[in-house]
Design a protein around this ligand. Structure first.
Ligand code: ADP
Ligand code: MG
Length: 699
């Protein structure tokens, strides 16, 4: 069989340079193989042809058989369109095109019999179909007529007559070109263990299903393959690192840790915290680099675990760094940690973008000499000018804002890479974690410190907000503080700032006896800091904010979180926001304000929030409702290859199977050097060539 990856799509009959250009630009299709891997996004049953009298404006894509009666050009400028009447023996409908207006009448002749494929909709009381696909009736039923794939096409593709049906024909031509089989991309062993069908059958059936069962098998095979190589890649990087890269051995537990534990620790650790500290200690004592993800719901006490890990590193004579995604959070960590380590004789410094040059120029040499033992900061820590003496451990808070590549940069700060502990408060469903953080070991804090009362969450319609203010006032009278959060989805949306500012004035009117402060992303850092400080110091009772408060602020005295226009937030984001309260011993409340009219999906999100405080459950639901592409940081964290067919939200079981089998392969042959694994190795190289992730380069 010829190699379809080297056949240019331009030379496929009926394509040519112009269409080839569009295919390349719009869907990155250059070779025949690329097009074969351009899968349908859905399937429709094209065996049924409706009568016009049978259809209404709510139907999905349907087929009709009929003729065009005449054309009429309407409107001016952008509203210009061409309309046709399409009829059969039961009635007639309108067809409309907003593009290619001149060429349509030449393309589709009056009086000819066509098979129409399109989505009917209701406009001004009449049924019409916009931009239908029309094909001559004669010969149509010699083609594929059963369950058929529908391909995504852009406007530019449609302009170049590359609509779904055209794509389908091109693929048919490619398949028609070989009688043999497309070469296999998995080895026999994997095919048998995974119980998947061969690649040739899968590819042919994904485009032209011969039966529903074969379609299902084809989907399973192709999803499995995609996920298998994804896992193989991730796990291989992890193995490679384990083999090649040594790590510092922290075998001592010394004064810093012991004194902290016996003198400074103000409370008993939770069982989960103890377990996780032990896991981390063991991991930093193996002679290999630790790469560990620390997951725990908001308020579960991750900071403390991070601190104890850092104390161990310092007990072994090493420097440590703690990196946070924002200045506010870095500063808060700095203050919290300074309190915790009081009297232990540890030299701690803060380094963020706003640290003055003068301070910086004193700080950097001490860091290089090793007199600074702990450096806390933002991205500023990974700048080249920041040189450590002997960096032994890096803690990264809120991982989803740091990409894999940034993590890798930290390794370059030493000959031996420092141990890495990544903390995230965004619980990630298992299957997604396996993919996004598949190269990390995972520790989970699945227990909250004792005495916390679960936050009570309530849904209130915005129009009924007046009933709310009495209970808010009561809380403030009892000495509690209140957050009111406004949505700010788009940093430049002036509308949102207007709402926030109006809300500020309104809140001051409603609560004239209390101090109200406000923070948002457009403020200067110093201004923001000052407002935030008012709240932390309890000079302000109520704080209005945009989502800038989402990460990190810790004011245990705050017991009420009111979220305005809650329908505009995603589930995970709502949960993160809610986590700002419920940090003290008092009963806390979260109020979700929304409009009356809500989509079904939004109602579900609100209901889930009212039902549970469990971050993992919420993350699972979020994944189901939104799909993984929308989950924070999926892009930055870098799924190594694009997923064309597998869906991390829905194909969890296939992810697990793929991971299991990828592990088995690497267990036996970690370099993929055995002859039977050549094929796997070649596929990996090929897939990595397109995406320059450079994971293999990291060292
Ligand atoms: P996270 O970073 O996981 O959101 P933090 O580390 O900020 O949580 O902890 C939240 C609050 O709980 C802090 O005020 C912290 O001091 C406190 N805390 C942590 N561990 C315990 C514990 N074992 N017992 C009581 N309080 C704790
Ligand atoms: Mg935290």
């Amino acid at each position: 069989m010829s190699d379809i990856s080297s056949q240019n799509i331009m030379y496929l009959p009926g394509v040519g340079p112009r269409k080839a250009e569009v295919l390349k630009k719009e869907i990155e299709v250059v070779s025949w193989e690329d097009l074969i891997y351009y899968f349908p996004y859905k399937y429709v049953d094209r065996s049924r042809v409706f009568k016009i009298a049978e259809i209404d404006g709510n139907m999905p894509y349907i087929q009709l058989k009929g003729r065009i009666q005449g054309y009429e050009v309407l409107g001016e400028g952008r509203a210009k369109r061409i309309r046709a009447r399409f009829y059969d023996d039961s009635g007639s409908i309108e067809l409309v095109w907003f593009k290619a207006i001149k060429s349509i009448p030449n393309q589709y002749k009056i009086g000819q019999e066509y098979i129409l494929f399109g989505k009917p909709s209701l406009f001004a009381g009449k049924i019409n179909v916009a931009h239908p696909e029309l094909e001559l009736e004669a010969g149509f039923f010699n083609g594929e007529v059963g369950v058929q794939g529908q391909y995504n096409t852009s406007e530019r593709m449609k302009d170049a007559f590359l609509h779904s049906r055209a794509i389908q024909k091109m693929i048919k031509t490619i398949f028609g070109n070989f009688q043999g089989k497309l070469s296999e991309s998995l080895n026999i062993e994997i095919i048998e263990k995974a119980h998947v069908i061969d690649l040739d059958t899968a590819l042919r059936n994904i485009h032209f299903p011969q039966s529903p069962m074969l379609l299902r098998n084809a989907q399973f095979r192709l999803k499995f393959e995609e996920l298998f190589y994804l896992q193989l890649n991730i796990l291989r990087v992890a193995k490679y690192r384990n083999q090649r890269l040594g790590g510092f051995i922290f075998d001592k537990v010394g004064d810093y840790f012991n004194n902290f534990y016996s003198q400074n620790l103000p409370f008993e650790l939770t069982g989960a915290q103890k377990r996780v500290v032990k896991e981390i200690r063991q991991d930093m004592n193996t002679g290999r680099q630790m790469n560990r993800l620390l997951q725990g719901d908001v308020g579960s006490g991750k900071t403390l675990v991070a601190l104890m890990s850092m104390l161990i590193a310092m007990d072994n004579g090493f420097q440590v760094a703690l990196m946070a995604p924002t200045e506010i959070l870095a500063k808060q960590h700095y203050e919290t940690i300074m309190q915790f380590v009081q009297g232990l004789g540890i030299e701690v410094q803060l380094l963020t973008g706003s640290v003055k040059k003068k301070v910086r120029s004193q700080l950097l040499p001490s860091l290089q000499e090793g007199t600074i033992q702990m450096l806390i900061g933002t991205h500023a820590l990974i700048e080249d000018s920041v040189v450590f003496n002997n960096l032994g451990l890096v803690v990264i808070d809120e991982q989803h804002r740091f990409g894999v590549a940034q993590r890798a940069r930290l390794w370059k700060k030493n000959n031996l890479p420092p141990h890495i502990l990544v903390m995230t408060a965004t619980p990630i469903p298992r299957t997604l974690a396996m993919t996004l953080y598949g190269d990390l070991d995972v520790s989970v804090i699945d227990e909250l410190p004792p005495g916390r009362k679960p936050i009570k969450t309530k849904h209130v319609y915005s129009a009924k907000r007046n009933n709310l203010y009495d209970s808010v006032r009561k809380q403030v009278q009892e000495g509690r503080q209140v957050y009111i959060v406004y949505p700010l989805i788009d940093e430049s949306a002036t509308m949102d700032y207007k709402n926030l500012t109006a809300g500020f004035e309104q809140t001051k009117e409603i609560f004239p006896e209390y101090e109200v402060c406000m923070v948002h992303g457009k403020m200067k850092p110093a201004e923001k800091e000052a407002e935030m400080q008012k709240f932390v110091a309890h000079q302000a009772h109520i704080m209005l904010a945009t989502t800038v408060i989402e990460v990190g602020v810790n004011v245990p005295n705050a017991s009420v979180m009111i979220i305005e226009s809650a329908e505009r937030f995603g589930l995970s984001q709502l949960h993160q926001l809610r986590g700002r309260v419920g940090r003290g011993a008092d009963q806390s409340f979260c109020i979700l304000l929304t409009a009356y009219e809500l989509s079904e999906n939004t109602r579900k999100r609100i209901a889930i929030m009212c039902e549970t405080n469990d971050g993992f459950l919420i993350a699972e639901e979020d994944l189901k409702l939104r799909g993984p592409g929308d989950i924070d940081g999926t892009q930055q964290s870098g799924v190594a290859f694009d997923l064309k067919i597998a869906n991390l939200a829905k194909d969890g079981q296939i992810v697990s199977l793929a991971r299991e089998l990828a592990l088995e392969v690497l267990e036996e042959d970690s370099n993929l050097a055995m002859p039977k694994n050549y094929i796997l190795n070649n596929q990996l190289i090929k897939k990595n060539r397109n995406k320059q992730m450079g994971w293999f380069m990291i060292s």
